[in-house]
Design a protein around this ligand. Structure first.
Ligand SMILES: *Cc1c(COP(=O)(O)O)cnc(C)c1O
Length: 356
């Protein structure tokens, strides 16, 4: 650290992304990317758009906002696009939290919430998940805080029914409730229909997981138009060109290639059910996932050992060290072939483990 870094940042611990190895070829099941390429139309549009790279992108995101509004059946001023949904989470912290308005989110959830709370100096309450890793809805009523809930949650994969989300939104009429739906396309229930009923709800989604565009960096927020206006104020005071041309074009084409999108989501769900049933045969405990990953634990081997053995065998999964979840691993659902390799590798690891 240099001697110039401001006091408040000296203890800042940044978010730890899952590794993106550049050396050896792994089966990559650690960062919830899609195993499939973007739709062919998306790639074509990106290529055409790259010819215009000398020009700034449209700071109003007009074409993409129109495509998104049509796709979701909302108005063009009820949607904002961002450089990955991490960016809108940051904008929400900047716009809707301060020394008077803290935040509340589950103790086991997306790691970025506490990183942003630290970065922006916001007081954070981490409400413990119940023993079974579900959210205790009563913890989120009348909080006096900005609420952040990932639904389905990560890294558990568990989804909260829409009725519970609605209770939380209705239970905090004077605070923003952010529902982070990064994984909603894999079987969750979106809170989007509620944005016309409640003017304190912000729904965020991403193109990184279900739309095969993690490398393009594209996310979005949907809410009452006044909330979107506030977020645009933050965006335009940060970087009005937050989304590059090629990614704007990719977003439009992705909405158009809807059959491809839906088919790939179905394939992931099938592969998830296959993987769950195979791992259950090996006595794994698996939380009920509505996402493109599963959160699993074996009675026969520790979370850390399984993580390391898989890594040695060329398969990357995600292991967290927090006390409550250290025996678990989060495994991204990849292609059927990826998952078959995973299963046979796990079998081998368990067999070798028994012999010791
Ligand atoms: C992956 C993820 C995000 C952010 O994804 P982006 O790539 O920044 O769009 C946000 N929330 C959760 C819960 C995630 O898992």
């Amino acid at each position: 650290m240099s001697r110039f870094l401001k006091e408040a940042f000296r203890t800042l611990v940044p978010y730890t992304p899952g590794e993106q190895p550049q050396n050896r070829k792994y089966i990559k099941l650690n960062t919830n990317e899609s195993p499939f390429p973007p739709a062919p139309e998306v790639l074509d549009r990106v290529k055409n758009e790259s010819e215009l790279l000398r020009l700034y992108p449209d700071p109003d995101q007009k074409e993409l906002r129109k495509a998104g509004a049509v796709y979701y059946g909302i108005a063009e001023d009820e949607i904002i696009f961002v450089n990955g949904s991490d960016e809108i989470l940051a904008f929400a912290f900047e716009a809707f939290c301060d020394e008077n308005t803290g935040v509340i989110f589950p103790d086991i959830s997306y790691g970025f919430y506490s990183v942003y709370a630290d970065k922006f100096g916001i007081d954070a309450v981490k409400a413990p998940l119940k023993e079974d890793f579900t959210i205790n809805v009563d913890d989120y009523i009348n909080t006096g805080r900005t609420v952040f809930i990932a639904n389905p949650n990560a890294p558990t994969g568990i989804a909260l029914p829409l009725s519970d989300i609605e209770r939380i939104v209705a239970g905090n009429p004077d605070n923003i409730v952010v529902v982070d739906e990064a994984y909603v396309d894999f079987g969750g229930e979106s809170a989007l229909p509620l944005i016309h009923k409640y003017n304190n709800l912000l729904v965020t989604q991403t193109f990184s997981k279900s739309r095969s565009l993690a490398g393009g960096r594209l996310g979005m927020g949907m809410a009452d138009r006044e909330i979107i206006r506030d977020l645009n104020t933050v965006r335009n005071s940060t970087n009005p060109y937050n989304i590059n041309r090629m990614t704007l074009a990719a977003g439009v084409a992705s909405f158009e290639a809807d059959d491809y999108f839906k088919e790939k989501c179905e394939t992931i769900k099938d592969n998830r059910e296959f993987t769950v049933s195979e791992l259950k045969k090996l006595d794994f405990e698996i939380l009920d996932s509505k996402t493109n990953f599963i959160f699993v634990k074996s009675p026969a081997i520790s979370g850390d050992e399984l993580f390391k053995s898989l890594r040695e065998a060329g398969i990357l999964v995600r292991h967290f060290t927090a006390e409550r979840i250290r025996e678990y691993n989060r495994i991204t659902i990849g292609s059927r072939q990826d998952m078959e390799s995973l299963i046979s590798c796990v079998k081998e690891i368990l067999e070798n483990n028994e012999k010791i």
